[in-house]
Design a protein around this ligand. Structure first.
Ligand code: PMV
Length: 331
């Protein structure tokens, strides 16, 4: 069995796709993948526990549209399938496998579940085949999975799911740079999420389009997100939570300028500030999904309770330093 953590992007999502640095932290919610080799060559996936956030109802021109989150579960299965295929290709061995997936997080909310699923599946399956891949290899294969399922993806999510901790990450071509950051103080964070209206893939495509139409404006915004991230690195190292919060607010404003927030996400983000958060922003791809709010420890309860008035999906989270982990070897 292998597990990998989810993550929150503290700074720099979307800009990271264009080579700017991002700061990302793994959280205390994990995805578990149990793999067992089969006698035949089938891939069997039991993903009953991939929690989804419910039914989405939208009304447009008087027409009611109901979408379920099954699509997200199916998309998680796409990552699993690709992970098995790429590991088989990489190792030159192909065997049937039964995979059982358990998630402690909502799927597709912007918490890096697709990366955690991919990374845990790569580790579990390769272990079953008798190989011990290095973290570097797992992260690289994970990135390949994300790129082939999503079209465009930075190595951010798969890196943090593999290595864990707090990382500054950027990439140039196929070279990935990861700097572990020392966060001097505890970071009291609250995650609140709302229904996802659009997928990460849609949002990445949206930014790409906008950048092609208005390069002179969008490149400037992406560059400013990069600058915000670098300032945040310093503030985090100094344990200056007020400054970190201010920079989170700036980062959210820039993401909004890119058009990746939503009315519901903004509601959560601004409510957090009214409830005393030092800073709040969307986290991940946007278009609905997750937000994070930073607060001083003595305000944690109040912040959590106030956020629950706006969305039922709220949890306190801690940063964990453990990345992908193989917990037991199947005999
Ligand atoms: O929504 P998530 O958790 O998959 O995060 C996406 C982060 C982006 O920067 C928007 C895309 C990427 O590949 O880095």
């Amino acid at each position: 069995m292998a597990s990998a953590p989810g993550k929150v992007t503290l700074f720099g999502e979307h800009a990271v796709v264009y080579g700017y640095p991002a700061i990302v932290a793994s959280i205390d919610k994990r995805i578990y993948v149990n793999a067992e080799l089969r006698d035949d060559d089938k891939i069997r996936i039991n993903a009953q526990d991939l929690r989804t956030s419910g039914v989405i109802v939208s009304i447009s021109n008087g027409e009611i549209q109901i979408t379920t989150d099954y699509g997200k579960t199916l998309s998680a299965i796409g990552y699993l399938n690709k992970a098995i295929e790429l590991v088989s290709e990489y190792l030159g061995v192909r065997k049937g496998v039964s995979l059982e997936v358990r998630s402690e997080m909502p799927v597709g909310a912007g918490l890096g579940t697709s990366a955690a699923v991919s990374v845990a599946a790569i580790a579990a399956y390769s272990t079953c085949l008798g190989y011990e891949l290095s973290k570097e290899e797992i992260a690289r294969l994970g990135w390949e999975v994300e790129k082939s399922v999503q079209g465009i993806a930075s190595p951010m999510d798969t890196s943090i799911a593999t290595f864990g901790g707090v990382l500054k990450i950027w990439f140039e071509g196929s070279a990935v740079y990861r700097v572990p950051l020392k966060v001097s103080d505890e970071l009291p964070l609250v995650v609140a999420y709302v229904e996802r209206e659009r997928t990460t893939r849609d949002m990445v495509a949206w930014v790409k389009n906008l950048r092609e139409k208005h390069p002179e404006i969008i490149n400037g915004i992406l560059e400013h997100i990069g600058k915000t991230t670098l300032k945040a690195e310093k503030a985090l190292a100094e344990g200056d939570l007020h400054e970190v919060g201010t920079l989170m607010n700036i980062n959210h404003g820039l993401l909004e300028a890119l058009g990746v927030s939503s009315r519901r996400l903004n509601e959560v983000v601004y409510t957090a500030r009214l409830a005393g958060a030092l800073g709040s922003k969307l986290t991940g791809g946007g278009g609905g999904g997750a937000s994070i709010a930073l607060t001083l420890p003595d305000n944690l309860e109040v912040l959590t309770n106030v956020l629950k008035l706006v969305t039922p999906q709220v949890f306190k989270t801690n940063i964990v330093y453990e990345g992908v982990k193989v917990s037991s070897l199947a005999s």
